[in-house]
Design a protein around this ligand. Structure first.
Ligand code: FAD
Ligand code: NAD
Length: 466
């Protein structure tokens, strides 16, 4: 069987590349080693984690906030099995939807482990022991990533777990010790805190979400602390041991003292690594870089000219929407078009509550680059919309060029920040100034008014409602 394009891996990078290539007239095959399509994002990532975040948010609201609104209920209870089953149902519907899209777009789906025979042939090793080989003029590697761990940790996947297991526990932990105050640690830590667990986050850096704007990290830590999550920042974990149902995490603090954290579960959330195991890259001569990512040029082309790579397996943010954009770009490039991605404008979101979202540069990045900038910050608390809902925490912070007023970065902590950030991304795509945003009429009362006010503050230093 001969195809114009073979895609290996059906995550958001791979399946979107397959759809776009097919739309542009290519004959496409996609290979996925698991029985369901959708990759990490749909099966054990974005979708199931957001399902549990939403369920736990409802429970938390019912327990803590309904009373403020004059709604009196007997204390709500959790049917954890039902919550987990609901999540599984959402994953099933979504993976089924991707299969439907493959059929609709005439993409041939092969189940099995794909490995290079040479630069144009891929072997598919099926679960029943049989195999087939298909040929492709071009091949797109979209094999994604897997959780990484620390060298001294043995993941038993029962009590010392990764995000994959944390999404399908049989019980709510009594004390979940989370190693890593990054996105996964804070999102899944939030889920179990809201459901009643004690949660301690042990973070090596001196702040949580260390790559985000420092003000954002500070505000988020303050708010999550208020919700009851405990933090031990500047703590390097040195060992994790399990004794029966107990897990003991040892760490060293800034003063070199050994600190112990005892829990019944330990979530290891210290990042993810590119996944190329069993792919037979050596048979095609495809090179990796020093970080074990598939090395690609600006067109996402590997050192072998007909082989491309996208998503978590290459450099850059490990985000579903980044993988999707790269899938579209490679498909269009192979169809003779001249697509482009602005990597500076890929938004990042943390689905805690309040949510966190950012696009563009942080203050530290601007300082390092020697850019002269100004700051406009507006507190969510000052909005009528926030008072109406009771979501008072957070702010919008806009960084703009001191001379030209061009918006360089937008950082939001607040209710619905995940959706709000897109106004900033659109403005920045069109290279708007802070004044441009400040002069756009925003609906009232909305959370988006904080963006208008922060923009006005950055532009002329005179917010209207503060
Ligand atoms: P993947 O989604 O990892 O897909 C790769 C696929 O390739 C897998 O299905 C794998 O089985 C298959 N494969 C690998 N090797 C082979 C082979 N040799 N043959 C055949 N198939 C193979 N990102 C966001 O943007 N927003 C979020 O809210 C978000 N939440 C997340 C929550 C969690 C808990 C986790 C773990 C991740 C989350 N992410 C989120 C990150 C997101 O899931 C990834 O960035 C995204 O899935 C990467 O897409 P991809 O297509 O590159 O790879
Ligand atoms: P991460 O890189 O976001 O965070 C890992 C954290 O672990 C960092 O803060 C790091 O300083 C800390 N750490 C590293 N070594 C440590 C040690 N020895 N002791 C204590 N802390 C240590 O990684 P993650 O949270 O595992 O997430 C993996 C990827 O998945 C991320 O790249 C993220 O983009 C993606 N993801 C995205 C979303 C989203 O978009 N909402 C959600 C979940 C995951």
């Amino acid at each position: 069987m001969k195809y114009d394009i073979i895609v290996i891996g059906s995550g958001p990078g791979g399946y979107i590349a397959a759809i776009r290539a097919s739309q542009l007239g290519k004959k496409v095959a996609i290979i996925e080693k698991y029985s369901t399509l959708g990759g990490t994002c749909t099966n054990v990532g974005c979708i199931p984690s957001k399902a549990l975040l939403d369920s736990s948010h409802h429970f938390y609201d019912a327990s803590k906030h309904f009373d403020d609104h004059g709604i009196v209920i007997s204390p709500p209870k959790i049917n954890f099995k039902k919550m987990i089953d609901r999540k599984a149902g959402i994953v099933e519907t979504t993976t089924g939807g991707i299969k439907y899209l493959m059929d609709k777009n005439n993409v041939d789906v092969f189940e099995g482990l794909g490995s290079f025979v040479d630069a144009t042939h891929v072997k598919i090793a099926k679960n029943d022991g049989s195999s087939a080989t298909i040929e492709g003029t071009n091949i797109i590697i979209a094999t994604g990533s897997k959780p990484t761990t620390l060298p001294f940790i043995t993941l038993d996947k029962e009590r010392i777990i990764t995000s994959t297991e944390a999404l399908k526990l049989n019980e709510i932990p009594e004390h979940l010790v989370v190693i890593g105050g990054g996105v996964i640690g804070l999102e899944l830590g939030s889920v179990y805190k809201r459901l009643g667990a004690e949660v301690t986050v042990v973070e090596y850096a001196d702040k949580i979400t260390p790559t985000m704007d420092a003000d954002v990290s500070k505000e988020l830590q303050k708010v999550l602390k208020k919700q009851g999550i405990k933090f031990a920042v500047s703590h390097g974990v040195t060992s994790v041991e399990r004794n029966g149902n107990e897990v003991l995490v040892k760490a060293t603090d800034k003063k070199d003292r050994e600190i112990e954290f005892k829990g019944d579960y330990c979530l290891v959330a210290v990042g993810r690594k590119p996944y190329t195991e069993g792919l037979g890259l050596e048979n095609a001569g495809v090179q990796l870089n020093k970080r074990n990512q598939v090395e690609v040029n600006d067109h996402l082309q590997t050192n072998i000219s007909n082989i491309y790579a996208i998503g978590d397996v290459v450099q850059g943010a490990m985000l579903a929407h980044k993988a999707e954009e790269e899938g579209v770009v490679v498909a269009e490039y192979l169809a003779g078009q001249k697509p482009h991605i602005d990597y500076n404008l890929i938004p990042g979101v943390v689905y805690t509550w309040p949510e966190v979202a950012a696009v563009g540069k942080t203050e530290d990045e601007l300082k390092t680059a020697g850019v002269d900038y100004k700051v406009g910050k507006f507190s969510m608390r000052a909005l009528g919309r926030s008072r109406a809902s009771g979501d008072l925490d957070g702010f919008v912070k806009i960084l703009a060029d001191k001379t030209t007023d061009e918006i360089l970065g937008v950082h939001i902590v607040g209710a619905r920040a995940a959706d709000l950030i897109m106004e900033a991304a659109v403005a920045m795509e069109f290279r708007a100034s802070a004044e441009d945003l400040a002069r756009i009429c925003h609906g009232h009362p909305t959370y988006s008014e904080a963006i208008k006010e922060a923009a006005k503050t950055a532009w002329d230093g005179k917010p209207l409602n503060a």
